[in-house]
Design a protein around this ligand. Structure first.
Ligand code: FAD
Length: 464
């Protein structure tokens, strides 16, 4: 490994641009090739503003690269979920009992833009737009591209090639097609897809519903969610089956049926989405899938990073956070001075894969929690007790959600194991009659719960 090694990154999305910045900061020369036009100069959003939930793991990686403050300037804090029932009643559920723990709504385009700006400012980075990678000769470290403007094809040789080109990664496809090694790969789609819609700002540019919440309209088999944007609008996402149930993406094809569906299921949201029919018909329906694969690297030559190695469904709000955390973990491995890229890549995968597998599974669990369980009385009682425990015993207790989302010091795998054991212990307590639980517990009563949950959690973890 040499600082003069020419590094090529395929993809200047969220992960690729942060990785370029970090490697440049470490002294490497980095060339990034992105298939799309430069989103800072060309509107590639098709008029839609897409936002994401940024939380502590993502912020940790941004901090490493000196980007945390810039990102926070374009964040809207969301302190909890606000659930909407069919009658228009709402109830809230905080993300944490601790005041300083919240997630942030951030525009994907704006975040990508500040990362590109910072990366491009660095003398070690060059970014080339409209250059689509067609495939990679992984044995000879040559990536083959097509220029979208000139239609010319060209090749770039590099000492190391990173595939940060997302769920449809060209590098990952080359691992499969080149057949140089045993490559395990799985891709599992949900039967649900998603469609983005918009609640515009009111006439004075203000948010029409609380901007301090992530809004959820849980309906059992499907759901609507909404995250706030800085301009007063909300990006609304419908998660719905392609072909099952009374209403699905395949049968919602007429304006009448779309209106009927929203009037029946989401009347309060319908009143806030004036262009529902056009948006529903014109905006694409996207698939939701989980990709797992191994190995992520080939010799000392190539590495998959971000969604290209572990795309997940969006229900824990962790895909980008995990991709940013990849950069953080890789950086920690580089700090170990292991000597050559092959050892770095292998050590990185060993440290990281169990965590990205865990968040993939947690994200599927949360799909069911968000569309269904959040409205269940048992779940509500559990969340209330968890909030009280976090508030009262700030250092002793963290719920599974907090361990995953706010505890950047433990990996997703540890958070998953501990969180699941705690969930089991708490639900046993609530449904059993050993301890009487109710909604207004005193500190003493909560301490009894804390001790019992801690003991049972440890027992469960030891059994595993
Ligand atoms: P991408 O963001 O996909 O970037 C890949 C880049 O590579 C793109 O710029 C693309 O144009 C480029 N590219 C692709 N192919 C090529 C090629 N052949 N040649 C050159 N360039 C190429 N995550 C969260 O943390 N919080 C959330 O709230 C959240 N919400 C989500 C909601 C939805 C509906 C979806 C679908 C995802 C959500 N995610 C969320 C996940 C998040 O979007 C991804 O995990 C994240 O974008 C991964 O970053 P990436 O850079 O690895 O991939």
């Amino acid at each position: 490994m040499n600082k003069k090694d020419k590094i090529l990154i395929i993809g200047a999305g969220l992960c690729g641009s942060l990785l370029a910045l970090r490697l440049a900061q470490r002294g490497f020369k980095v060339a990034v090739f992105e298939s799309r036009p430069d989103l800072r100069t060309v509107d590639i959003s098709a008029g839609r503003s897409i936002n994401l939930a940024l939380s502590d793991r993502g912020l940790k990686a941004l901090r490493l690269c000196g980007m945390e403050e810039k990102a926070r300037e374009i964040c809207i804090p969301m302190y909890g979920r606000l659930m909407h029932d069919k009658e228009g009643n709402t109830f809230s559920s905080n993300y944490s009992g601790r005041e300083n723990e919240y997630i942030n709504s951030i525009s994907r385009g704006d975040l990508n833009a500040i990362l590109l700006d910072e990366a491009e400012k660095h003398k070690n980075v060059t970014i080339h737009f409209n250059k689509k990678c067609k495939n990679v000769d992984i044995e000879n470290n040559i990536a083959h591209f097509k220029d979208y403007n000139t239609k010319e094809e060209f090749s770039v040789e590099a000492a190391v090639i990173f595939g940060a080109d997302g769920a449809g990664s060209s590098l990952r496809k080359s691992y499969i097609s080149e057949r140089k090694f045993l490559f395990s790969y799985s891709q599992n789609y949900l039967n649900h897809g998603y469609k983005e819609l918009e609640i515009p700002a009111d006439s004075s540019g203000k948010h029409q519903i609380s901007k301090e919440h992530l809004h959820i309209w849980p309906r059992g088999d499907f759901m609507l969610i909404a995250l706030p944007n800085m301009d007063g609008s909300f990006t609304v996402t419908l998660f719905l089956s392609y072909d099952e149930g009374e209403f699905n993406f395949e049968n919602l094809t007429s304006e009448e049926k779309i209106t009927e569906f929203f009037e029946k299921e989401f009347p309060d949201a319908l009143a806030l989405i004036p262009n529902i029919k056009q948006e529903f018909i014109n905006n694409p329906t996207g698939p939701l899938g989980t990709i797992k694969c191994s190995p992520w690297s080939y010799k000392n030559k190539t590495l998959l990073i971000g969604d290209s190695s572990h795309a997940i469904v969006p229900f824990y709000g962790q895909g980008m956070n995990a991709s940013f955390e990849d950069v953080f973990v890789l950086d920690e491995i580089l700090n170990q001075d292991l000597g050559d890229w092959e050892t770095v890549f292998k050590t990185y995968q060993k440290a990281r894969k169990k965590d990205t597998d865990a968040i993939a599974d947690l994200a599927i669990d949360n799909f069911h929690e968000m569309k269904d369980h959040v409205a269940n009385p048992l779940f509500k009682e559990k969340r209330k007790i968890e909030m009280d425990l976090e508030k009262t015993f700030t250092t002793e207790y963290s719920s599974k959600y907090s361990l995953v989302t706010f505890n950047e010091n433990i990996g997703y795998n540890e958070a998953m194991k501990k969180g699941r054991a705690q969930d089991k212990a708490l639900l046993n307590l609530i449904s059993g009659d050993e301890v009487h639980t109710h909604l207004d517990m005193t500190k003493e009563e909560l301490k009894v719960i804390l001790d019992k949950v801690t003991k049972e959690t440890n027992d469960i973890l030891q059994e595993d």
